[in-house]
Write a protein that binds this ligand. Structure first.
Ligand SMILES: Nc1ncnc2c1ncn2[C@@H]1O[C@H](COP(=O)(O)OP(=O)(O)OP(=O)(O)O)[C@@H](O)[C@H]1O
Length: 259
């Protein structure tokens, strides 16, 4: 099985070191990992470093291969990355845009099934009715769902999603996380998702990485990582994690530390 490891990743913007040497061992195929931490702590920077999109020191090891900065083509065969801010839209219909994503990057996949794959992903994200609309005509949330479809249809081994729920309503947040978990398990993908909603991380992910100022403060099962002590240390809030009546862990925020 193919794990993903991050070895001594260091990133600086100019003279400012944003990630001062970070290691993550063996993210497992079939598992969804939540990448958590406050604004500006380096989550996007770390995802971009894994995707090979920014200059960094250190190594990403995946599928027996070691990637340093610059191995873009080799990495692109394995990794799909959905940015936090989606790029300006090209003049394509939704269906075409997903088909183009599949045909551009799903190397080695049988071409015959491309249309069926696109229809299936549209259906599973409940956006089949948007297939013939132009991207420029979509709402923010609809555009985000199409971005998720474009990433999934590439059939990547590693799926990196930066705040993919930020424009979605509650129903779609749940649906998308459900689908991502199912697909991650079924395809044996390594999936890493930047999340701000810690309740989503508790409910829908298998592992959590908690960052503070570019350093890993805690990692492990979400229910072990997210607790009163880490909420105070990393987010500066007084809070508790308690089971709801359905048995799922939920965060109760009591206030700010010191207030
Ligand atoms: N291109 C850049 N040039 C200079 N500094 C940058 C650049 N991109 C990000 N930074 C800085 O690096 C730090 C980490 O930014 P990053 O976007 O990785 O944070 P984040 O954890 O994803 O934040 P958020 O939750 O707000 O999206 C921040 O202090 C940010 O200001």
């Amino acid at each position: 099985m193919t794990t993903l490891s991050i070895e001594n990743i260091r990133v600086r913007y100019g003279r400012r070191e944003v990630i001062p040497g970070l290691d993550v061992t063996a993210l497992q195929p079939g598992e969804v990992t939540a990448l958590l931490g406050p604004n500006g702590c380096g989550k996007t920077t770390l995802l971009k470093a894994i995707a090979g999109l920014i200059r960094c020191d250190g190594r990403v090891v995946f599928d027996g291969q070691t990637f340093g900065y610059g191995d873009f083509a080799a990495r692109a065969r394995h990794i799909a990355y959905l940015p936090q801010t989606l790029p300006p839209t090209v003049h394509l219909r939704v269906f075409e845009s997903i088909l183009v994503a599949r045909q551009a990057t799903a190397v080695g996949l049988a071409r015959g099934g491309d249309h069926a794959e696109v229809l299936q992903v549209l259906d599973r994200l409940d956006i089949g009715h948007l297939a013939m609309r132009y991207l420029s005509e979509l709402s923010g949330g609809q555009r985000q769902l199409v971005g998720i479809a474009q990433a999934l249809v590439r059939a990547p081994a590693v799926l990196l999603l930066d705040e993919p729920l930020s424009a979605l309503d509650l129903n779609h947040q749940f649906q998308v996380m459900d689908l991502l978990r199912q697909e991650t398990r079924a395809r044996g993908m390594v999936t890493v998702i930047v999340l701000h909603d810690l309740n989503v991380a508790l409910r829908h992910t298998d592992r959590a990485l908690l960052l503070k100022a570019g350093q890993l403060v805690a990692e492990g099962p979400p229910a072990a990582v997210i607790n009163g002590a880490t909420l105070a240390e990393v987010y500066g809030v007084r809070g508790r994690v308690e089971p709801c009546s359905q048995g799922f862990s939920q965060i109760m925020v009591d206030g700010l530390v010191g207030a």
